[in-house]
Write a protein that binds this ligand. Structure first.
Ligand SMILES: Cc1cc2nc3c(=O)[nH]c(=O)nc-3n(C[C@H](O)[C@H](O)[C@H](O)COP(=O)(O)OP(=O)(O)OC[C@H]3O[C@@H](n4cnc5c(N)ncnc54)[C@H](O)[C@@H]3O)c2cc1C
Length: 402
């Protein structure tokens, strides 16, 4: 099933982590891959969102309950949760290695999907927001992008929060917000000091989905990401939020968002891509060794061999980079520019690797019997979502030219 090329041993991971990787491999092989076709055909499928709410709507109740049970009982549910909240307290390197195994299939295993900024919760915010998300009884959305503020949210954000009668009143619009209709609350960025903007003038609010001042425009925006995309335009019309629902300090909401994007979003894009790339290579090798044209196997054609080698090179290079950067993040190094590098390469190399795999498979590559098209769409999207590639290049060039 999984190729030997993914061996985590070559990265000298502790035995406990290797055991976890093997466990994740078994769950993928025995539980998730058999569900791939049902998942891909479901009209409720919204790829790229390992939200428990989505998994519950895609699969029959007994199937989603089974996946949830497996995830909780094996501990994989708590893969990214710190020890103080009942998690495994795993290093970034361990998380990356285990996540790579889980990403070998198109079927997402339900996991505690917290987004590390929520660990900024204080006092009773912990029980109202953080713990329910860890346990999967509540889900969130992240509201940064606006119709006219994508790559430059700090400079262009228009959504405003002003203080009135001891509370915050928010007005504005967000766009492309994943999970906005399904979430229980949104982590929303709004400008609180227009003179300071991203340097102390943007604040993060926890806004209840039922807040009468927040309107999610349904249906969502149609994209090629899944059969039932979950991105929405959300309007805020005199939306009142109390002081106790400010996340972190007033004015540091932009920094919080960037911290999340840098480590959890950008670094984890590495394993998200690697699992898919490795699966694409493994499927391509099997296919090339059985498909005959003009009296010979595809695997005997140098043109096809070179494609396989190019895929392999991309995988090896991305894996080395990702594991190294994760280890450096664990050692306390500032890896912001390096995380941008991972995001850039995982999207670009990932999409070209999938493109090769689809080509090698011919018509079969376009079929929904295989996960290749879904992987391709996700990896192409990864060049835009969470900060477009040009922006990653800008971040890297700042370090180069500093
Ligand atoms: C499926 C999906 C899910 C999303 N989910 C969320 C979400 O949950 N929450 C959220 O807040 N946002 C979300 N987004 C928004 C996403 O983060 C933005 O789309 C992304 O940051 C790019 O912004 P933009 O689309 O406005 O592009 P623009 O900023 O308009 O940029 C357009 C193009 O120009 C390039 N460009 C911009 N500036 C420069 C420059 N200085 N030099 C060179 N090139 C440049 C960009 O790289 C891009 O290719 C989502 C988007 C998608 C498609």
């Amino acid at each position: 099933m999984h190729s030997t090329h993914t061996d985590s041993e070559s990265y000298k991971l502790p035995a406990a982590v290797t055991e976890f990787c093997d466990l994740a491999k078994r769950v993928v092989r025995d539980e998730l891959i058999p569900l791939e076709q049902e998942f891909m055909a479901s009209p409720k499928q919204a790829y790229g969102m390992p939200e428990i709410s989505m998994i519950r709507t895609v699969f029959r109740p007994e199937v989603s309950a089974r996946l949830e049970k497996i995830s909780r009982e094996t501990g994989l549910w708590y893969l990214m949760v710190p020890e103080e909240y009942g998690g495994l307290g795993l290093s970034m390197l361990a998380q990356v290695a285990i996540m790579e195994q889980l990403m070998y299939t198109s079927v997402p295993l339900p996991l505690a999907n917290v987004g590390n900024i929520l660990y900024e919760c204080k006092g009773d915010q912990i029980d109202r927001f953080l713990r329910p998300v860890i346990e999967g009884t509540k889900t969130t959305a992240f509201g940064q992008t606006e119709p006219n503020a994508g790559s430059d949210p700090g400079g262009m954000m228009q959504t405003r929060a002003v203080r009135k009668n001891g509370q915050w009143v928010i007005n504005g619009s967000k766009m492309w917000i994943s999970n906005a209709d399904e979430c229980d609350f949104m982590m929303l960025q709004a400008v609180t000091d227009p003179d300071k903007r991203q340097r102390g003038g943007i604040t993060m609010f926890l806004v209840d989905r039922k807040n009468p001042g927040m309107r999610v425009n349904t249906p969502g925006i149609a994209t090629w990401l899944g059969n039932n995309p979950k991105q929405y335009v959300v309007d805020f019309d005199n939306c009142v939020v109390p002081d106790e629902d400010v996340l972190g300090e007033v004015g540091n909401g932009f920094t919080l968002g960037q911290r999340w994007l840098t480590i959890h979003d950008r670094l984890l894009r590495g394993p998200y891509a690697l699992g898919k790339m490795q699966r694409a290579l493994d499927l391509s090798v099997v296919w090339a060794k059985q498909r005959m044209t003009f009296g010979k196997l595809l695997s005997e054609r140098q043109g096809v061999q070179f494609k396989l080698v190019d895929m392999y090179v991309d995988i090896q290079a991305l894996r080395s980079m990702t594991y190294e950067m994760a280890a450096r993040a664990d050692a306390g190094e500032d890896v912001r520019a390096e995380a941008a590098l991972i995001k850039l390469c995982s999207g670009e190399w990932g999409a070209r690797c999938l493109d090769q795999a689809i080509q090698i498979h011919g018509a079969m590559g376009e079929s929904l019997e295989l996960p290749l098209t879904l992987f391709y769409r996700y990896l192409r999207h990864a060049q835009i979502g969470g900060g477009a590639n040009d922006i990653q290049r800008i971040l890297i060039s700042r370090k180069l030219l500093a």
